[in-house]
Write a protein that binds this ligand. Structure first.
Ligand code: ASP
Length: 565
């Protein structure tokens, strides 16, 4: 038998040297005993960690006492007859083999020495899973009649609400390409072109301020289909998601439950509700108002409401927990958090003297439970109560009702008011069709229009978004106008789409599944960076190769660019 791999660990027991040889498939033990050829013993005696070696030898059963049930190959070992160093290794900057309980190297180092970090079996398992999921997505969509078609990376801006990465053109001074925020317009034009069903595992680029689970470049399973409605697209996406979960050995049932955006905001304060736990936020205004609680009284009126959470077993929240919840609420600009706990007939807490046990019972706060509440306009109380609910889940945990809580959030608004100017800005992207029942109100009440937009949510995180698209160029122009674009500007930016829509556009719609997030969920990874081979840091830097980096003055000159410091 011939093997090649990396020296994971070496144990020298005097008479016999064991080498754990590692490759993508796992680890096997190489034994170099007193009977091995002298050259083999010499190499085994000095070979260091992470050196690449080639081994020839015979596979033998390990003596019963030497078997290792933790290792797939733990019943056997290879008695080396040759051992050759083919890739000597400098002392690794970060360890690859780790003892039990040994911490990982700091993430900066892991990202800098990515070739070493990627040697870790956990990271290899993540990338192997990622590969399998990508193949399964391809197969599933291809079987459903979708064609895999590549769209350009040097594009005209495709607005998805973020800033574009721009690429200067050398041959056209002063002109720029944009890296795609998504293949949105191209896939729509493919539908206009009659390609009917498209998909792509597409790299997308968004120049955003980074958060922990965002990457400036990320991957979507992007799809679009013609002659479809909401139900069809939801069906395709469910088929893909169920297949992906199946690929990872997880059975999930279809159809996923649906919740209207308005209800999600009302009951969970967010458009990505974590339905593994089902204690919803409720409107307590009517019950609480007559109690004359000063904390609420001054804030009520002008559309403000009291919103509360009845927390089962919330009596277990410590004073410190409650204070931290209140701080979190304050940070989000809320009025803060009022709280009560109920123990039999006893009520304690910040507003205890206004509540009887019976009044709390009527709000769903039973014996041993807590009631948490805040007051204000929905735009403030929704994020506050969402955060409070998540914190409570985090602190009290408990067994979730379900391990995989998928849902569809539907009937999103078409526009949202810009928090600063109050002007409509698009909620999904400007190509999303208004709900047919609301088109008539597009001009009179744009903010009241619902959209044919749906999001897939899994355990409280958004897995993807999609919509049925506008195909009537006149409606598309009206939407552009609501977003503050003059007809000339709309023509300059989106003329190619408008002319496509005038050329005979089939009804169409689609979706994009955030692939990195799916892999992260299925790998059980804590960071998106653990499922991407070469990710960027949260500061959008590639530490391995050192990007971004200053450009050569001659290159800048050729691009007609001068850098201002
Ligand atoms: N282009 C959208 C996005 O990237 C997805 C879609 O509407 O199909 O979120």
């Amino acid at each position: 038998m011939r093997l090649g791999g990396w020296v994971h660990r070496r144990r020298d027991l005097g008479g016999i040297v064991f080498i754990d040889l590692r490759d993508r498939a796992g680890i096997v033990q190489i034994a170099v005993g007193p009977g091995a050829p002298e050259e083999v013993r010499r190499v085994a005696g000095q070979v260091t960690s992470e050196t690449v070696v080639e081994v020839e030898g015979d596979v033998t059963a390990r003596p019963a006492s030497m078997k290792n049930p933790d290792l797939a190959t733990g019943d056997v070992e290879v008695q080396a007859t040759t051992l050759t160093v083919v890739g000597p290794a400098a002392t690794p900057a970060i360890p690859v083999a780790r003892g039990k309980g040994e911490e990982l190297a700091a993430e900066e180092l892991r990202l800098k020495y990515r070739h070493l970090d990627l040697r870790r079996p956990e990271m290899q398992a993540n990338l192997i899973l990622r590969h399998r999921l990508a193949q399964r997505a391809r197969r599933t969509l291809s079987d459903l009649g979708f064609l895999e078609i590549e769209t350009p990376v040097l594009t005209k801006p495709t607005p998805e609400g973020a800033r574009d990465y721009l690429v200067p053109s050398r041959v056209h001074p002063g002109e720029f390409y944009a890296l795609p925020q998504s293949p949105q317009l191209y896939k729509q034009l493919l539908m206009v072109a009659g390609l009917d069903r498209y998909f792509q595992i597409a790299r997308c680029f968004r120049d955003e301020d980074l958060r922990n689970d965002r990457q400036p470049e990320f991957t979507q399973i992007d799809l679009e289909a013609s002659f479809v409605g909401v139900e069809d697209v939801i069906g395709y996406v469910e088929a893909v998601l169920v297949a992906l979960w199946d690929e990872a050995g997880q059975a999930v049932a279809r159809p996923f439950p649906r919740i209207a955006w308005r209800d999600a905001m009302e009951r969970y304060g967010t458009d990505k509700p974590d339905l593994r736990y089902d204690f919803p936020i409720a409107d307590w205004t009517a019950q609480v108002k007559p109690l004359g609680v000063p904390f609420f009284q001054s804030a009520l009126g002008n559309g403000a409401r009291v919103r509360g959470l009845a927390v089962k077993g919330g009596g277990a929240l410590s004073r410190k927990d409650v204070d931290q919840l209140a701080d979190a609420a304050k940070q989000l600009g809320g009025a803060g958090l009022a709280w009560v706990k109920r123990q039999g007939e006893q009520v304690s807490g910040s507003v205890a003297k206004y509540f009887t046990a019976t009044a709390l019972g009527a709000l769903g706060v039973g014996d041993g439970d807590a009631g948490l509440m805040t007051v204000g306009l929905d735009r403030v109380t929704s994020p506050v109560m969402d955060r409070v609910r998540q914190e409570v889940i985090h602190r009290l945990g408990g067994a979730p009702k379900a391990a995989h809580a998928f849902c569809w959030v539907v009937d999103f608004p078409l526009f949202e008011p810009d928090p600063e100017t109050g002007r409509p800005v698009f909620a999904h992207h400007p190509f999303t069709a208004p709900h047919p029942d609301d088109v008539a109100r597009l001009d009179s009440d744009p903010l009241g229009c619902r959209a044919l937009h749906y999001d897939a949510v899994y355990n409280g995180s958004e897995l993807g978004s999609g919509s049925i698209r506008i195909t009537d160029p006149a409606v598309q122009r009206r939407v552009f106008a609501h977003l503050g674009m003059s007809p000339a500007e709309a023509e300059a930016r989106f003329g190619f789409l408008l002319s496509g829509l005038q050329a005979g556009a089939p009804p169409h719609g689609g979706f994009a599944i955030g692939f990195d997030r799916v892999v992260m969920a299925l790998a059980g990874a804590e960071s998106m960076r653990d499922v991407i081979a070469f990710p960027k840091t949260t500061a959008a830097r590639a530490l391995f190769e050192g990007a971004p980096a200053p450009a050569n003055p001659a290159d800048l000159a050729a691009l007609h660019i001068e850098v201002k410091r």
